[in-house]
Design a protein around this ligand. Structure first.
Ligand SMILES: Nc1nc2c(c(=O)[nH]1)N[C@H]1C(S)=C(S)[C@@H](COP(=O)(O)O)O[C@H]1N2
Ligand SMILES: [Mo]
Length: 460
């Protein structure tokens, strides 16, 4: 009988209290460190969910160690107490080893089980990390050159299933050319010439353009002036290039220069006002889409990006830029199309997701989703109308940039039957889109996008 000896060597709760948090915290922090080494997810949402997971891991590991400690030594203690008191009432006590041996075994078991716990935490931690990273990068642009997260990954508004992809795969991007086959340009002999009313004419290689100027990356929605409301000639990708005004500055425009006439290999041409070029560094000479050299069909090696203008103002396969004093109408302007070709505000319903119902507070909704686009003007509001009911505001997803379309969604507390659905958008200045129908010629299509839908009875 040496109760005092037992009470001294026994892992008391005061020791658990003293060292438990430190050991649990250390293992928890270690698991977080493992996740950190593998890379923290990008975006606010990514970081928030990472923090929640990390905290959960720390708490879980602390709790796990505590439980392990208590069950291991707690059982041994019970066995020792029973052995010491000579009673055989507990099954555990019946085959329990003598006190000192029990203590050695439980210490060994504790170390082994602790090792198992740490291994589990590491595996779980890295699994969580992998899932978070996959979420952050699954749709990232430039799959060929390494993952880059989307700037709006933290937007709380999610596209309705069936909405067109927010980021258009280059292979799926529309094409509009004056010729059937795109011109093949040899980049090694190709030069961009800048001449006309300039102090220093330039002849630049692709390498020089890529390395001698500031690099601009911007998400842009490109749209054709011939696109009907709801049509397919619109797409969004990441454009990389150099500010056009920086290249012009190097050439030194003469006092009388007012326009830049841009000519292409295929005979296409367009002009752009120099005042506009000087005012907007987002007007770029672009050499990459989706972080890859421009595909042949999309203008390799160089095309221009002019925000807020339809595609007809933006030549591909550029070879020369000539500064002029007088306006010379471009390829399509000469055919009667709008000289300015500013993008019109439009909105489209992509999906009425009767298969992806949403239930909140006892109410079931049919999510309706689509896009709204106003060039560089931005979208401030999108509204939906069902039949002749009052217009209701849709939720707007944060766009990829100020130059892209905006994904919207509207959760409709539907009723069965046949309905007329309509959508309308307001630009960044709060101006309502032109809801009257205009055909594409000469300035781009407008009109309310409407759809007739029959909602079948939906069983609970
Ligand atoms: N050289 C050249 N550039 C051009 C065209 C063209 O036919 N030739 N088409 C224009 C039109 S009308 C549009 S809508 C866009 C289409 O670009 P994409 O084919 O890359 O989508 O390119 C513009 N730039
Ligand atoms: Mo176009």
């Amino acid at each position: 009988m040496a109760p005092r000896r037992y009470s001294q060597s026994r892992p008391s709760f005061s020791r658990v209290k003293r060292y438990g948090p430190a050991v649990g915290g250390a293992v928890g922090l270690f698991s977080v460190a493992v996740a950190l080494v593998q890379g923290v997810p990008v975006g606010v949402a990514g970081r928030i969910s990472f923090s929640i997971w990390a905290l959960a891991l720390v708490l879980l590991s602390g709790w796990g160690i505590f439980r392990l400690y208590v069950t291991t030594f707690g059982a041994a203690d019970a066995a020792r107490v029973d052995a010491a008191s000579g009673t055989e009432s507990l099954a555990a006590a019946a085959d329990a080893p003598p006190p000192t041996e029990a203590h050695a075994i439980s210490r060994r078991r504790f170390v082994i089980q602790m090792g198992g716990l740490v291994a589990t935490i590491i595996v779980a931690g890295s699994g969580v990390g992998a899932v978070l990273r996959a979420q952050a990068t699954s749709e990232a642009p430039g799959s060929g050159t390494g993952p880059v997260a989307f700037p709006n990954a933290d937007s709380p508004v999610q596209p309705v299933p069936g909405t067109r992809p927010e980021y258009t795969a280059v292979a799926d991007h529309y094409r509009v050319d004056i010729d059937l086959a795109p011109p093949q340009i040899d980049a090694t002999t190709w030069r961009l010439t800048v001449d006309g009313l300039v102090a220093t004419p330039l002849s630049l290689t692709l390498d020089q353009i890529e390395s001698d100027y500031k690099k601009v990356n911007q998400f842009v929605t490109l749209s054709c002036i011939s696109n009907v409301v709801g049509g397919p000639f619109i797409g969004t990708t990441l454009w990389t290039g150099v500010p056009f005004r920086d290249v012009l500055a190097q050439a030194g425009p003469a006092a009388g220069a007012r326009y830049a006439l841009i000519k292409s290999v295929d005979g296409f041409d367009e002009e752009v006002d120099l005042e506009l070029v000087d005012s907007d560094p987002r007007i770029i000479l672009a050499y990459a889409w989706d972080r890859q050299p421009l595909p042949v069909a999309h203008g390799f090696p160089l095309r221009i990006c002019i925000p807020d203008r339809y595609g007809m103002k933006q030549p591909k396969w550029i070879t020369s830029i000539t500064l002029t004093a007088d306006s010379i109408p471009g390829y399509w302007v000469a055919e009667g199309w709008d000289e300015k070709a500013e993008i019109k505000t439009t909105s489209v319903i992509d999906t009425v997701a009767t298969k992806s119902l949403v239930t909140r507070g006892g109410q079931t909704y049919v999510p309706i989703g689509g896009i709204a686009h106003a060039g560089a003007k931005g979208i401030s509001k999108v509204e939906i109308q069902i039949d002749d009911n009052p217009w209701g505001a849709a939720e707007l997803r944060k766009p990829l940039s100020e130059l892209t379309w905006v994904i919207w969604r509207y959760d409709w507390p539907f009723t069965e039957g046949t309905h007329r659905l309509a959508v309308r958008a307001y630009d960044g200045q709060g101006r309502l889109e032109e809801t009257l129908d205009h055909e594409v010629f000469p300035s781009g299509a407008t009109g309310l996008y409407t759809e007739q839908r029959t909602i079948e009875p939906i069983s609970p």
